[in-house]
Design a binder for this molecule. Sequence first.
Ligand code: NAP
Length: 284
Amino acid sequence: MSASNRFAVIGDPIAHSLSPVMQRAALEAAGIDGTYEAHRVEQARLGAHVARLREEGYRGFNVTIPHKENVFAFLDDASPVARQIGAVNTVSTIGGRLVGHNTDVPGFRNALATLDMTVEGRLAVVLGTGGAARAVVHALTTEGADIVVVSRSVEKGARMARSIGRGVRSIGYDGPSLRAALAEARLLVNTTPLGMEHQPHADPLPADVELRSHTAVVDLVYGRMTPLMSRARSKGCTVMDGIEMLVEQGAESFRLWTGRDPDLATMRRACWRHLEEARQCSVS
Ligand code: NAP
């Protein structure tokens, strides 16, 4: 195998990442003799580790929590979208230069396209103001949606709305604004971590807020039926979990690195198989 077919994901923690199983399956299906490793990298060693990946000729790597913002300092360039969002989740090596990208934006857009719905001129409600929320809001603005960002902090929400500009406003979880937004919303996206493994019973929406069947619900949490998803199902909403975006953002990274289209069905299957095995291990 040539050194240029080495790939990795860097983060801390990293053991939970589905990127290795998904990208290894994609490499194998494409007949590419390559490796994809998981590297746990502490904050203090980020610069040194990125320098090592450069020296060793890695063709590309993914970046996950907590390095998506800080990695900029160690790259040679970044795409306009990654700069605008302020987060890099994919790095490609071009002639020894490290270039940062954000594939969460096309990842979310492509995942949304599988729902076969239009958000142009319609209201989309986004819960949370972190890195994933910025990518989702960016994708939704390019689709022409009107956006309401919901934050626990009036100040954070307002800052995010201001940074994006027209078509985005922010509200809190209390009061009538959220109820009114959800009555109208065509789309609701949860980008908060509530419902994840360490807080599986947590629902980001207050109990007295009603969901309507015309609202499609996308929860970026993946691999489990979250309280938000089951509540949405019971109201007759179309529901999508985070696997689709995960696979789509990974597919976009794969395209950037190899110039080829990966087999999405294989990537999806690899994720679900891994999650199922992990579940069986945890109950046995
Ligand atoms: P992050 O930067 O930590 O942002 C999460 C946001 O959620 C925060 O900014 C916060 O917004 C809100 N939040 C945090 N804790 C909360 C709580 N206890 N109650 C209510 N709101 C809370 O994280 P991220 O990188 O954006 O990732 C967020 C989630 O998306 C994670 O679950 C991650 O696994 C998932 N994700 C999935 C994909 C995918 O492909 N499926 C891709 C990226 C991320 P406020 O402070 O403004 O309320």
